[in-house]
Design a protein around this ligand. Structure first.
Ligand code: GLN
Length: 464
């Protein structure tokens, strides 16, 4: 429900600049509402005592929630894991620093699956966020708290989130908000607690494409502290026209082998775009079927390496040392890491072991190369690809309980390929099924965020 402040961050920044809004009162009301919602839905791990913002900049005075895997100076950062409970960074992640410099106010740290391992946020080491459309259902994952809060707050706000294999799009789709995952390397990862370094991307969620563009303009660009951040020039993504005439859309048939009721919403949306002058071709991306296996091999291989540092010595929880080092490391990791984290350590360690790595890890990297080539080929003829974001609507917790770990992984079938390829993608609400939101994915070629956001803006205007 929209508040008297509206929901658009962009418009609110403007009205504050014009002097027509009381920022102190807005911040107080915002925090009060955030606390109330958190009690009901468990969106946060930590909430700020007070909202503080530099009095100038492109974001002043917008509250920004930050996924808990992104470091915030002076505010507990756990990545949803008990092994990092009590960790208070002495520095801000580069993206958080940029947000603060532009007048954004950090609201708090949003709930997630431990280290990003999950699709429903049920693997958090803390509390499980509930979907504001139906509290018996999941917000999606791993950025569940970010999406749920963005959907529920009804006041100007933008969420900072992260995706490795779909963690922005999936919860965006389940909660009916917009989620952007930028090109790998466009936003600095400095200060992000790694899940899988070659896949992790920081992105954002909001209730309008303009607000997404606003935050991206603040965060994107080269950072000396992250050698994998791209050399691309700082761009202003804010000038959106929403041009749909002549837009060339590709619709990959492999992404539509899902529930007909869900794909119907996507087709209805494509037809809507067609009416405005866009053209579409059905295409094939035959290596889509390689996505899940290669993603879970690469992601767990990298994750198992990254998690090795949490052993009770320099990083994470420490206990009184008993036994030899091996016994001590095992007891700390046994006690403070969750089941899914342990499963991924085992999977990842296995697939990169001498003797197995050629069979699994190296082959997964080869498959990733094929997937990237297929996308590049599609984008040589088309501006964007359109597909459903998720094969299902947000499931009930009682349904999730019945799923095996492999069933969980299978839910990522539509999100892993764009993440493996590192291409930008955005999930947009495009309808409802059983009263729950359905998301549509738009993808574009590497560093084509401007084109992607413009098409998304055009669609948003048609749909709302
Ligand atoms: N569901 C995927 C996984 O469990 C993606 C998570 C993510 O993007 N952080 O790995």
């Amino acid at each position: 429900m929209a508040s008297s402040y509206g929901t658009s961050a962009k418009d609110f920044v403007k009205s504050v600049k014009e002097g027509s809004a009381d920022v102190k009162e807005f911040h107080e009301k915002f925090l009060e509402r955030a606390r109330k919602l958190d009690k009901q839905y468990n969106f946060f791990l930590t909430i700020a005592e007070k909202l503080e913002a530099h009095k100038k900049g492109r974001l002043y005075p917008i509250p920004v929630s930050v996924k808990d895997c992104i470091c915030t100076r002076g505010m507990q950062t756990t990545a949803g894991s008990r092994i990092l409970e009590g960790y208070v960074p002495v520095f801000d992640a580069t993206c958080v620093e940029a947000i603060k410099n532009e007048g954004g106010a950090v609201v708090g740290k949003t709930q997630q699956d431990e280290f990003g391992f999950g699709t429903f946020s049920v693997n958090s080491g803390y509390e499980i966020p509930k979907n504001p459309h139906d509290p018996d259902r999941s917000c999606g994952g791993s950025s569940g708290g970010a999406a749920g809060f963005t959907a529920a707050i009804g006041m100007p706000h933008i969420a900072l989130a992260e995706s490795t294999g779909g963690s922005i799009s999936c919860p965006g789709s389940f909660c009916g908000v917009i989620g952007l995952t930028p090109t790998y390397g466009l936003v600095s990862r400095y200060g992000l607690i790694d899940y899988a370094n070659s896949l992790d991307k920081i992105g954002c969620m909001a209730t309008s494409v303009e607000d997404i563009a606003l935050l991206l303009s603040v965060m994107a660009g080269k950072d000396e502290k992250d050698p994998t951040s791209s050399l691309s020039k700082k761009e202003d993504y804010g000038k959106l026209e929403g041009r749909l005439k002549g837009l060339k859309i590709a619709v990959p048939k492999e992404y539509f082998r899902i529930d007909k009721k869900i794909s119907k919403h996507i087709w209805d949306s494509i037809r809507l775009l067609e009416k405005e002058g866009a053209r579409y071709d059905e295409i094939s991306l035959p290596s889509t079927g390689l996505g899940l296996a290669s993603y879970y091999i690469i992601a767990t291989s990298e994750a198992s390496t990254n998690l090795a540092k949490y052993c009770g010595m320099r990083y994470g929880k420490q206990d009184a040392m008993e036994g030899d080092y091996n016994e001590y490391f095992s007891s700390i990791r046994g006690k403070y890491l969750g089941r899914e984290a342990k499963r991924r350590i085992l999977l990842g360690t296995f697939s990169r072991m001498a003797g197995y790595k050629d069979k699994y890890y190296i082959r997964a990297l080869q498959a990733r190369g094929v997937i990237i080539d297929e996308f590049n080929k599609a984008f040589s003829k088309h501006d964007i690809i359109i597909a459903p974001t998720m094969p299902i609507i947000a499931p009930k917790f009682s349904e999730i309980e019945k799923l095996s770990p492999v069933d969980h992984y299978k839910m990522d079938i539509l999100t892993v390929c764009p993440n493996l390829a590192g291409i930008p993608h955005i999930s947009l609400p495009c309808g409802k099924e059983k009263g729950m939101p359905v998301g549509m994915h738009m993808m574009a070629g590497h560093f084509k965020e401007k084109k992607l956001l413009d098409a998304a803006y055009g669609f948003e205007r048609l749909h709302s």
